[in-house]
Design a protein around this ligand. Structure first.
Ligand code: GAR
Length: 210
């Protein structure tokens, strides 16, 4: 059973999707703590309702970023965290965490990386850019996190068609639905030790696309 820490900033629908698959017994893991920069987000409300320990890591609580980063790593080490999931976390993860948990941090991105990623590309901005550049296809990506924003090795992507009539909001909704399948799928594979690195690329063992 893998111990999972989830980082969130918003509504938390990806966090909830992973939690649901755990409760249903499909993922061999347990969400043991939730970190957020935003104490008032939906994800934190859900964590509270489900008695999952919460840690708020914003500048109000930690005026000193170094102290915050030390606390974060210490807390994860003490809890013997196996996996970190960034489920709509809109901040850069501290470098000490990124270094310590290499190939053990997953991020979900609402676009087909490496396109439409990097600084400034998050949430609705990704969908606006996809529509504005006339792309016919978008999707979602789960990748390992490295020191560079949205840059780490891609594990799995799923695609959706972009319709002529799409607005950023309608596209976001369609992509988000896909994210709720994609992210739990990758977390499940990780918890079963089925993600391996082959020639510097992640590979999911026994993966059947359907
Ligand atoms: C999701 O679409 C996720 O891919 C995106 O934020 C949304 C969070 O929704 N993440 C990023 O843009 C990270 N750069 P949720 O809080 O309902 O899971």
């Amino acid at each position: 059973m893998k111990k999972i820490a989830v980082f969130v900033s918003g509504g938390g629908s990806n966090f909830i999707a992973i939690h649901r698959q755990i409760i249903q017994g499909n993922i061999l893991g347990k969400i043991v703590m939730v970190f957020s920069n935003n104490p008032n987000c939906g994800a934190i409300k859900f964590a509270e309702e489900n008695s999952i320990p919460i840690f708020i890591i914003n500048a109000a609580r930690y005026p000193n970023a170094h102290t915050r980063d030390e606390f974060l790593l210490e807390t994860c080490l003490k809890a013997e965290i196996d996996l970190i999931c960034l489920a709509g976390f809109m901040k850069m993860l501290p470098q000490n965490i990124v270094k310590h948990y290499e190939y053990r941090i997953l991020n979900i991105h609402p676009g087909l990386l490496p396109e439409f990623g990097g600084k400034g590309f998050y949430g609705t901005r990704v969908h606006e850019a996809v529509i504005n550049t006339g792309k016919r296809e978008s999707g979602a990506t789960v990748h390992f996190v490295d020191e560079i924003y949205d840059h780490g090795p891609i594990i799995l992507q799923k695609k959706v068609e972009v319709m002529e009539t799409d607005t950023p909001e309608s596209l976001a909704a369609r992509v988000l639905k896909l994210e709720h399948e994609l992210f739990p799928e990758v977390v499940k594979a990780f918890c079963e030790n089925k993600i391996i690195m082959e020639n510097n690329k992640p590979k999911i063992l026994e993966y059947n696309e359907n």
